[in-house]
Write a protein of this length. Structure first.
Length: 297
């Protein structure tokens, strides 16, 4: 269990902003901080990592106290067992991929850890290359591996996919999910992409005006009331849930979530991430897979 209760006041010019984040994160789960820009999501990660000092509060990771304002405990960043992946990879440009990973390793004799991560994140072909020869997605894969070298108690991801195209973003998300499961990590992700939240999160914390507004399962928090769909609209399949012989298909249209009920035979070709066409229906929206921009019949 990770217990967080952190307060920080920011003063920019004549504008004051107060951040108060209080939550318990379950070990082994992937939790996403969701909200608009400027609500304090990144500041929460920076305070947890020790890169930003809270004004008051406490932070406890699996019975170990990293920060306590009253007791004047503030563990140095290098002594906090955190893996942090930023929006920009920030790799050492003069070092190869392997050397970047080795630099993050406390015990330089533990090469097996490097080899394991290289295989899991498929970095074998890149191991002797330098960052300036890598694509954006490749750099973020290296940054992810580097964050995992020290077996962190907490992996934190600050919108690491935001600058990538959709195909690369989806692939990197798959890497993170595989690693999260393989190492039974506790992971904290910052995102403002609902599709990403649905695909990756066990739990989501919605932040507004520096405070937690809602916390829970993303399917429940983002569920939209039943509504008519005007004519025809396209969307992306985010989740497929089965209950007995029926399925509920969650389709993201912009920032609106529509749930469509379907029978077993109607979802055989549906997969997470596929594009679909929803058509107005008096009782329930009809769903068709889009293929090359046109409905597939």
């Amino acid at each position: 269990m990770i217990k967080i209760d952190l307060h920080k006041k920011f003063n920019e010019g004549n504008i004051g902003f107060e951040l108060h984040f209080e939550a318990n994160l379950l070990t082994g789960k992937l939790t996403t901080l969701y909200g608009n820009s400027g609500v304090g999501k990144t500041s929460v990660l920076r305070m947890i990592a020790g890169l930003l000092t809270p004004d008051q509060g406490h932070l406890q990771i699996n019975e170990i106290v990293w920060f306590n304002g009253k007791q004047k405990i503030n563990v140095k960043p290098q002594n906090r067992n955190v893996g942090f992946v930023f929006q920009e990879p920030a790799l050492f440009p003069n070092l190869t991929v392997k050397e970047n990973l080795m630099y993050a390793l406390d015990d330089k004799t533990q090469n097996a850890r490097i080899s394991e991560l290289v295989e899991l994140i498929e970095l074998g072909d890149l191991i002797n290359q330098k960052p300036n020869t890598l694509s954006g997605g490749q750099k973020q894969r290296v940054a992810l591996a580097r964050a995992l070298v020290r077996k962190p108690s907490l992996l934190m991801l600050d919108e690491p996919f935001s600058s990538l195209d959709q195909a690369m973003k989806s692939k990197l998300q798959d890497y993170v999910l595989a690693i999260h499961k393989e190492y039974s990590l506790t992971t904290l992700l910052v995102s403002h992409d609902k599709g990403e939240v649905f695909k990756m999160s066990d739990e989501v914390i919605i932040i507004e005006n520096g405070k937690i507004d809602k916390q829970g399962n993303p399917s429940i928090l983002f569920d939209s009331p039943k509504q008519d769909i005007p004519f025809q609209v396209t969307g992306e399949v985010i989740q497929i849930q089965k209950k007995n012989t029926k399925h509920t298909i969650s389709v993201l249209i912009g920032n609106t979530l529509i749930n469509v009920e379907a029978q077993e035979q109607e979802v055989l070709e549906l997969t997470i991430g596929c594009k679909v066409l929803l058509t107005s229906n008096k009782f329930n929206p009809e769903i068709q897979i889009l293929k090359n921009g046109s409905p597939k019949f």
